[in-house]
Write a protein that binds this ligand. Structure first.
Ligand code: UD1
Length: 423
């Protein structure tokens, strides 16, 4: 298995280009199932999760080709001959559940294995199923598979009241509602930029959607959707991650394609920590105001709050802050698996339930560490950049799921980082 070797670094300077959002692309791809006409995505990221979604869609009968070295994904679902998403593919990635709504809306039936994905706590799909039930779907769980049916062959518009905000469940029911008969109202909908991007793409395909980006989304069902070409929104999590590189190492890095509206709550925390973020013609410029950052408290929340997907990375920064920071994880249980690894590097962290208390130390020390999930893996790389000596991060297949060309991007701004090929 490959690993990544990082050597503690001086200041970083230069530019990093931010890719299209993994999480947006993973929900835009299943939207192909809603139409027999071609759907093309541009600005796609090149990641193993995208290849997994490609394999899943192909297993259902969709044609999916990767063009321009993976930056363009051309899809056509004129012949969907299989309505079962098999365990062997679905277990690799939780976002696989997103084929359920579209298949059900299109053909009135679907069978999808219960998903796997990152090991960050119990992550059920009950909200997806309940939301689709509100549109008239009948669900049965058998042998680890969800068997879903629309009794009259089509879904019926309805009112969906989410008890908690779920990004994936909002996306699933939003796609399904575009082809349901009548009006659907989604209350307590997720407001993430990836939801707005999906709604934009669906509108290009002829869907009638309003209110995306707010907590109430309304969808007027249409009889059919057409093909479209859609650019994937910038990856705000990749953006936030690389904004932390000059924050941990010093220097000045411009994030090309970066937008403040995608990372508002995160930038607020960086500002409190003493990291300046400026808008430029091409994106965002980031530099640390002083040699050492200040401690800050962080609570993760649904958008527009601080994203759970940047919690591990900001923890890496706060390990060497001046003072004590309290990080509260409110979205996922068990999402502090990076803490014991950071402690191996000399960090002082106490985890109690959903709270991590981080007392800043002067300097971290390089150590062999293990990536435990996607975001944890990149936080260990950031910590390695800040540490004295060498850090080897193993199990980097987690990283390949969500970060394209991390070694090229970071070494392009002067980081000492290389990938070591395993057996
Ligand atoms: C998406 C993102 C993920 C991010 C998360 C929260 C993708 C592919 N993944 O995941 O990177 O960390 O949003 O911003 O876009 N829940 C239930 N029942 C359900 C669904 C969710 O209880 O049916 C719970 C989850 O366990 C979690 C919370 O709801 O505690 C929010 O999860 P959700 O927003 O659904 O996350 P995902 O869509 O899986």
């Amino acid at each position: 298995m490959d690993s990544i070797l990082v050597t503690g670094n001086g200041p970083l300077n230069g530019q990093i280009e931010i890719a299209g959002a993994k999480n947006a692309c993973l929900t835009l791809m299943p939207a192909t199932l809603l139409t027999e006409e071609p759907l093309t995505l541009t600005n796609a990221p090149r990641l193993s999760d995208i290849r997994t979604m490609t394999t899943l869609l192909q297993s259902l009968g969709a044609e999916v080709s990767s063009l321009q070295e993976g930056k363009v994904i051309a899809m056509s679902s004129h012949d969907i001959h299989n309505h079962t998403a098999e365990y062997d593919i679905v277990r690799k990635m939780r976002a696989s559940i997103l084929v359920l709504g579209p298949m059900l809306a299109r053909d009135g039936h679907a069978i999808v294995s219960l998903p796997g994905g990152c090991a960050i706590g119990a992550r059920p799909v009950d909200l997806h199923l309940k939301a689709l039930e509100a549109l008239g779907a009948e669900m049965e769980l058998k042998d680890g598979y969800v068997h879903a049916k629309a009794p009259k062959g089509h879904l019926q518009g309805g009112v969906v009241d989410f008890p908690i905000v779920s990004v994936g469940a909002t996306e699933n029911v939003l796609m399904a509602a575009t082809l349901a008969k009548g009006t659907t109202v989604i209350n307590n909908a997720a407001r993430e930029p990836e939801i707005v991007d999906l709604a934009d793409c669906l509108r290009r395909m002829g869907a009638q959607i309003s209110g995306d980006g707010t907590s109430t989304i309304t969808v007027e069902g249409v009889d059919r959707l057409n093909g479209a070409t859609h650019p994937v929104v910038t990856d705000r999590i990749e953006l936030g991650t690389y904004m932390l590189a000059p924050a941990v190492c010093g220097g000045e890095v411009e994030l090309l394609g970066g937008r403040l509206d995608l990372v508002g709550a995160f930038v607020e925390k960086l500002d409190q920590a003493g990291v300046a973020v400026e808008e430029t013609a091409g994106g965002l410029l980031v530099k640390r105001r002083n040699d050492r950052v200040n401690a800050v408290d962080v609570t993760t929340e649904p958008f527009p709050g601080f994203p759970t997907d940047l919690q591990a990375q900001i923890m890496a920064l706060l390990c060497t802050a001046d003072g004590t920071s309290v990080l509260e994880e409110k979205i996922f249980e068990n999402r502090f698996m990076h803490a014991p690894e950071l402690i191996r590097m000399g960090a002082q962290i106490d985890v109690s339930g959903g709270t991590a208390t981080v007392t800043g130390v002067d300097r971290l020390k390089g150590a062999p560490v293990m990536a435990t999930d996607l975001r944890a893996s990149v936080s260990l790389i950031l910590a390695g950049l800040a540490a004295e000596g060498e850090t080897t991060v193993s199990r980097v297949y987690h990283l390949d799921r969500g970060y394209e060309q991390v070694v090229r991007k970071l070494s392009g701004v002067g980081a000492k980082i290389e990938r070591i090929q395993g057996e």
